[in-house]
Ligand binder design. Structure first.
Ligand SMILES: Cc1cc2nc3c(=O)[nH]c(=O)nc-3n(C[C@H](O)[C@H](O)[C@H](O)COP(=O)(O)O)c2cc1C
Length: 174
């Protein structure tokens, strides 16, 4: 038996039968069903001022060469600095770092107040409450709708082998 799907159009697709508002709600809820770790992307600008953003959209990309990717909202101040300076660190948060996820997920002016960190090889802050911190140089940036896909190449990796990761699932920290 063959099924002819060539006559199908995107306009008639099941998801497009919902209102725009319902499409967005269904999209956010469905994406939230994928359990992920949480990262904080940190960087330092030309004046040495530090900034960072909580990011769940992180993935390993390639083994040879070693590459990873993060997706950053086009409105992110952290993205602006990464684009200008070409360096950033991915801090994979440990289970005790829930407060950091909230802090760096906000627009607070001094997100580093009370946060323990050390300076990486390229000058990015590496957060103490991490399972691992990976400091990267910027390889490329690709367009991804209202986000940018930022590809990085590792320069320095700091690890805490015993740490357990903070998990994010359906808007809850586990
Ligand atoms: C749990 C959680 C996950 C988030 N994941 C992302 C993400 O993957 N990409 C992104 O651009 N923003 C993400 N955000 C939102 C940013 O952290 C937030 O917009 C932040 O204020 C950006 O700061 P900035 O403008 O100083 O860079 C997430 C926030 C939270 C709380």
């Amino acid at each position: 038996m063959t099924v002819n799907t060539l006559t199908k159009t995107a306009a008639d697709a099941p998801e497009n039968q919902y209102s725009e508002e319902d499409q967005l709600t269904r999209w956010k809820e469905t994406m939230g069903m994928f359990a992920s770790g949480l990262t904080v992307i940190t960087t330092t600008d030309e004046n040495g001022d530090m900034t960072g953003s909580t990011v769940s959209a992180f993935s390993s990309l390639s083994l040879r060469p070693r590459l990873l990717l993060i997706c950053l909202d086009k409105r992110s101040r952290t993205l602006d600095i990464v684009r200008r300076t070409g360096r950033f660190a991915i801090n994979i948060l440990n289970r005790e770092a829930k407060d950091l996820a909230f802090k760096f997920g906000s627009k607070e002016p001094d997100k580093f107040n009370g946060v323990e960190w050390q300076t990486g090889y390229l000058g990015c802050p590496l957060l103490a409450q991490s399972c691992a911190s990976i400091e990267c140089t910027l390889e490329t940036i690709h367009d991804g709708g209202d986000h940018e896909i930022v590809v990085g190449s590792p320069c320095q990796i700091e690890r805490d082998q015993d740490a357990e990761a903070l998990i994010y699932h359906r808007s809850q920290f586990l």
